[in-house]
Design a protein around this ligand. Structure first.
Ligand code: PGA
Length: 249
């Protein structure tokens, strides 16, 4: 009942020269109707990407919690909407690490995005030292407690579990570790928003997702899609992940 979602996160990559990749990814998404696909690009590419993306949803990777104001260098939900974004990532671990963002920041940003009709991919995930210390589950649960929006609903909200140490490193947790964390997240959601909404909400896995491991990871219980960084930058690498998702849908 939960359709798989494969979302690309281009991070700080991509100039207009890469728009043909967006077009090729959009064509592949159209050819995989059993799977939802989205692409979160740099702010500067949202408008041009939306122009060539056809039905492929184009998203942002962050936003400010306020609609406007004296916040030099920041961007708001209404600005993203005007450029053609239909969703945004919030709480990505690179924002938490590089920009010192907290789970409360993610909570405020998710609310701002939802106020303006943007879909939200809300990220959580532990650091390597936290997993080594046996604290991964507690950390991730606490992130969700502090960041899950009050009116969390699967119609606009998706979670993404992204262990920080798996991002861009080529390392992935074992299938058991992924399935176990996703089950914990499902249980946490049930406690917080009730069974019906919790069971409808997609929980993506992210961290070194690639064509070679996608189908295997996406077939795990409670893994409802993938948030993909490096392997989403080209159609050549991203399409096998879309196809992997389609193969287990
Ligand atoms: P990666 O990044 O696929 O390059 O590991 C995933 C992410 O940060 O969303």
């Amino acid at each position: 009942m939960r359709r798989k979602l494969v979302a690309g996160n281009w991070k700080m990559h991509g100039l207009r020269a890469q728009l043909p990749e967006v077009e090729a990814i959009a064509a592949a998404a159209a050819a995989a109707p059993a799977v939802d696909v989205a692409l979160c690009v740099p702010f500067t590419l949202i408008h041009p990407a939306a122009q060539v993306a056809g039905g492929l949803p184009i998203g942002a990777q962050d936003l400010h919690e306020a609609d406007q104001g004296a916040h030099t260098g920041c961007i708001s939900a209404p600005m993203l909407v005007e450029e053609g974004a239909t969703l945004t990532i919030v709480g990505h671990s690179e924002r938490r690490g590089d920009q010192h963002e907290t789970s409360h920041d993610a909570y405020m940003k998710a609310a701002a995005a939802h106020r303006h009709g943007l879909g939200v991919i809300l990220c959580c995930g532990e650091l390597e030292a936290e997993r080594a210390a046996g604290r991964a589950e507690r950390i991730v649960q606490s992130q969700i407690e502090k960041s899950l929006p009050d009116d969390a609903d699967p119609s606009w909200l998706t979670l993404a579990y992204e262990p920080r140490w798996a991002i861009g490193t080529g390392k992935t947790p074992t299938p058991d570790e992924i399935a176990s964390m996703h089950a914990i997240l499902r249980a946490k959601l049930r406690m917080m928003i009730g069974e019906a909404k919790a069971d409808g909400m997609r929980i993506l896995y992210g961290g070194s997702g690639a064509g070679g491991n996608a189908a295997h990871i996406l077939a795990l219980d409670n893994v409802d899609g993938a948030l993909v960084g490096g392997a989403s930058l080209t159609a050549e690498k991203f399409i096998p992940i879309i196809e992997g998702a389609a193969s287990v849908s």
